[in-house]
Design a protein around this ligand. Structure first.
Ligand SMILES: *Cc1c(COP(=O)(O)O)cnc(C)c1O
Length: 479
């Protein structure tokens, strides 16, 4: 075994990993990366088919991001945001605020205030605490409650886990968590109202869909209002729930739900940790010819403006851990007062507003808003759509869900019955292991294979990713 693999086995405890399984085999030790390719210590090459757990945007070792980090390194890597401002963090806040507030927005809905933190979980903790305090201070609620979707995932810190609804994690920590409410997510493939028909093709039959799942949201809000303690906020991963299994929302769902939240007077917390920075692709309607005006966030594709926008993963192009929670002037103002009023937002982290991370994020945004990236992403979105079609032929592919540059392929025992594999069969894990043997790396979510290629992935590389996936499914489940 490679000496680094030995050290890993001896000391490193890996996230979300059964370490007994981990210790059985020599791990792949990643030594370098360029573009969509990762290289291990033995010189083997792999395609990074999930963008290093959904973080990477433009590929590894991108010259512009590398150079931005190097330039910043020469000046300073980090200084504290407690008591001091910095150039890259201030410039980045301006750019984020602009990207998060499309031009036609009313001033009161602009997201102009940026609170930095370190990762998706902390970005969500910040949104949660701010929304909690805002509901109390505005007199809306003495005991603020939150609503989120079934299967929701908002991170692993205690507050973020409380907001989520993945049973496995809740069972593990139930004694530590606070209570939040959940409502059905629009999981069309397993719609309890049977609105989406099983089909061998991309087009689904939504004709009979009357958005029953939206009515459930409406009912939740109405019931909570009756208690005289209306919801403080609803938390949503817009357009696609990631860790729930890449569950795509049908067009119009988000807009309808946002209207319910608005008319109730609650706030909308958009968790765009996975969906942000162009990941959900381009809107189907009117297209601008100016990449700077294309929506970078999933919410804006449905013309929805949240009160809180949580960003992380791709924010630095996936190079450094950094996150942000954006909110409105109105929320900001609720924390203003005399020093002795102690209305301060008592929250922060040692690395808040990190200068290296900010420099990387600025470079990443610039790439994202360039014409080259714009056209590369349009082609990738179309290539992904075309390539995925071939998977419908497989007996064990039940559903294929694509939103822009993300796809989830749901494996089932039989596509006709949609019967799921039991988790202990490890269907997703086995397929991903077989893909790794073919030089393609990704991680499953239960029985769903997640495909999120870096935006620089070429047509040829994408074809390899999808054919490796198809072959790996066939290899594992052939009769
Ligand atoms: C990954 C993720 C998080 C948590 O982010 P971390 O950086 O892992 O803490 C939160 N929300 C969503 C939607 C995510 O995909």
């Amino acid at each position: 075994m490679h000496r680094i693999a030995q050290l890993d086995h001896k000391h490193v405890w890996h996230p979300f990993t059964q370490m007994r399984d981990w210790l059985k085999e020599e791990p792949i030790v990643i030594a370098s990366g360029r573009g969509a390719v990762l290289r291990d210590v033995h010189g083997n090459e792999y395609l990074d088919a999930n963008s290093s757990i959904w973080t990477n945007l433009h590929g590894h070792a991108h010259p512009k991001i590398n150079s931005a980090i190097q330039q910043q390194l020469k000046k300073i890597s980090h200084s504290s945001a407690l008591g001091f401002a910095s150039e890259p963090a201030s410039l980045l806040a301006e750019k984020l605020a602009k990207a998060a507030s499309p031009r036609n927005r009313k001033p009161q809905t602009k997201l102009e205030k940026v609170f930095y933190s370190d990762d998706g979980s902390t970005a969500m903790e910040v949104a949660l605490k701010l929304a909690y305090e805002f509901a109390r201070r505005s007199g809306r609620s003495k005991n603020p409650r939150f609503l989120s979707l079934e299967g929701a995932y908002h991170g692993d810190t205690v507050g973020a886990v409380s907001l989520g609804h993945i049973d496995l994690f809740h069972k593990a920590y139930s004694g530590l968590l606070f209570k939040t409410d959940k409502v059905a997510a629009p999981y069309c493939y397993r719609c309890p109202y049977n609105r989406a028909q099983p089909e061998r093709g991309d087009a689904r039959d939504y004709r009979k869909c009357n958005f029953e799942c939206v009515k459930l949201v409406e009912q939740k809000f109405a019931a909570q209002r009756k208690t005289k303690n209306p919801y403080a906020a609803m938390v949503v991963e817009p357009l696609m729930q990631g860790a729930a299994g890449m569950i795509a929302q049908p067009e119009g769902w988000l807009k309808r739900v946002a209207e319910i939240i608005r008319s109730d007077g609650a706030q909308l917390i958009a968790d765009e940790v996975m969906t942000g920075f162009g990941r959900t692709g381009f809107p189907s309607g009117l297209r601008t010819r100016n990449p700077k005006l294309e929506p970078l966030f999933a919410c804006h594709k449905e013309d929805v403006q949240p009160d809180f926008l949580a960003l992380a993963k791709g924010m630095t192009g996936g190079y450094l851990p950094m996150a942000a929670t954006l909110t409105t002037q109105k929320v900001f103002d609720a924390f203003l007062g005399e020093y002795a009023d102690f209305k301060t937002f008592f929250h922060g982290h040692s690395f808040t507003g990190n200068q290296l991370g900010s420099a990387a994020a600025l470079a990443s945004l610039e790439i994202l808003q360039s014409r080259e990236s714009d056209s590369a992403r349009r082609s990738l979105q179309q290539n992904l759509r075309d390539e995925l079609q071939q998977l419908w032929r497989l007996e064990n592919v039940g559903d294929i869900r694509q939103v822009g540059l993300v796809a989830g392929i749901e494996l089932v025992k039989n596509w006709r019955t949609r019967e799921p594999f039991a988790l202990r069969v490890r269907a997703g894990i086995r397929v991903c292991e077989a893909m790794a043997r073919r030089g393609v790396l990704t991680r499953p979510i239960g029985n769903v294979i997640a495909i999120l290629p870096p935006y620089c992935t070429t047509g040829k590389q994408l074809a390899k990713i999808i054919s490796a996936l198809g072959e790996s499914v066939e290899e594992n489940f052939k009769k």
